[in-house]
Ligand binder design. Structure first.
Ligand SMILES: [Zn+2]
Length: 181
């Protein structure tokens, strides 16, 4: 047996056949270098065993998991806040011009009020023009597209609206709590 073979046997100590064990012992008796190697390996194994004993204290995993869960929830909440903010912004974009016109009417003198009223009417005109375009487009589309698709589209939009309301109802209170905290 040469040094290389002896080292290989030392490293797989646990699974040695009796004949291999005997040959290794014989080599170790005559070879200081391999005895040193075996001693070094034993030290490594002892340290590995101590590492295993120094396993995390009980509760560490649970605390770590709880922290991850809290971080995950915070991230989720941030995403939802962003979503709600974007949806609210989108809704306000539609109504802010109208509200502004009403404020102008309330605050301004008569001349300005007339102008504002004109502006509001123009805005309504623009909206109704937009609605007409949408209606015409959907009419021509309705002839081309099967009814089932429209049903699917309308139910999809309804579901989205419901989801939005549900999100608002569910998250608005907790967001308020966060704001007060
Ligand atoms: Zn040797």
């Amino acid at each position: 047996m040469d040094h290389r073979q002896a080292e290989a046997l030392i490293l797989e100590e646990a699974e040695l056949q009796p004949s291999q064990q005997g040959a290794l012992s014989e080599h170790l008796a005559n070879c200081a270098a391999c005895r040193q190697f075996a001693a070094g390996w034993q030290e490594v194994e002892r340290l590995l065993g101590r590492l295993t004993l120094d396993a995390p204290r009980p509760g560490f995993t649970a605390r770590w998991r709880a922290r991850m869960e809290a971080q995950r929830r915070a991230a989720q909440q941030r995403q939802l806040s962003l979503l709600i903010a974007l949806l609210s912004l989108g809704t306000s974009m539609l109504f802010v011009p109208l509200l502004l016109q009403f404020f102008v009417i309330l605050l301004a003198g008569n001349d300005l009020a007339v102008d504002a009223l004109k502006g509001a009417l123009e805005w309504f005109g623009w909206i109704s023009f937009l609605l007409q375009v949408i209606l015409q487009a959907s009419e021509s589309l309705a002839r081309a597209v099967p009814v089932a698709w429209w049903v699917a589209l309308v139910s999809g939009l309804g579901a989205l609206g419901g989801l939005w309301l549900w999100l608002l109802g569910r998250w608005a209170p907790s967001l308020q709590r966060e704001g007060m905290a």
